[in-house]
Design a protein. Structure first.
Ligand SMILES: [Zn+2]
Length: 172
């Protein structure tokens, strides 16, 4: 993947600028601007950490956008990059597996889902990916036989004969 071309597109101003990065040190946890080189509170060097976490989210979003537009090979590349950089990112791994599946790389999809389950046992999406519901893979059932012509409607009586004209009432 050409990393240079990714920067060519304008970033979503607003959202990128608003991103803050939490200091990864549990006893600090201060919020810092995504471009801060050091944590404002404890001075930890968080520059590359911030860059990584923001950039991986950015790549993940690019992958989702590509998948939505049916550019599956491209989506696969983005998700694979996120997984490579952030191996604990379960969502990216699930997304990668789905992209693999859609591309017909079922062995790779299976590997990704198995890794998801190793990291997060019982993950519903991975479980579903590895054990798709029966209906999805089975051939369609035999067509339902079409009933023959509907039986004649036997319940209805033939049209009643016209009523006999009323006998004139009143005798002579
Ligand atoms: Zn800190």
């Amino acid at each position: 993947m050409d990393m240079g071309s990714m920067n060519a597109e304008p970033m979503n101003a607003g959202s990128m600028n608003a991103v803050t990065v939490k200091c990864p040190f549990p006893r600090c946890g201060a919020e810092n601007g995504y471009d801060a080189a050091e944590c404002g509170r404890c001075g930890a060097p968080i520059g590359s950490y911030a860059l990584l976490s923001v950039y991986s989210a950015h790549l993940f979003n690019r992958g989702l956008a590509a998948a939505r537009e049916d550019r599956l090979a491209e989506a696969h590349g983005y998700f694979a990059a996120v997984v490579h950089w952030c191996p604990s990112d379960i969502e990216a791994r699930n997304a990668l597996a789905l992209a693999c599946q859609a591309l017909g790389h079922s062995a790779e999809a299976r590997d990704a889902w198995e890794e998801v389950l190793r990291r997060r046992p019982g993950d519903r999406l991975a479980d579903l990916g590895l054990n798709p519901p029966k209906a999805a893979s089975d051939p369609p059932p035999d067509p339902v036989p079409v009933p023959a012509d509907p039986p004649l409607d036997e319940g209805r009586e033939p049209a009643a004969a016209p009523a006999a004209p009323g006998r004139p009432t009143g005798g002579p």
